[in-house]
Design a protein around this ligand. Sequence first.
Ligand SMILES: [Zn+2]
Length: 100
Amino acid sequence: MAPSELIGCLGTGIVAAAYIPQIRHLVKEHCSAGISMNAYALWCVASVLFLIHAAMIRDLVFVFVQIINLMAILAIVICVRKYERQMCLTHLQEAQTKQR
Ligand SMILES: [Zn+2]
């Protein structure tokens, strides 16, 4: 594996790890507070475009990171739809504090 591919794989690992807290909070707490479906829709479109580009230039690392991105985005969108308008106690208290 070339050094640049190794760096790309490390970046892919960081991308995947960055999604874990968000997905864990959604699944464990059934809480969709603060998640913008519009933002995730745009990230999904961007990720598909990057995936097409990566496939066309035959860059396996970029293909892999975009597949990870799309899978994470899909998991988040499914959970947000499932737990729409539900909040954990922490986010509910934060929302109530902001209203005061
Ligand atoms: Zn929450």
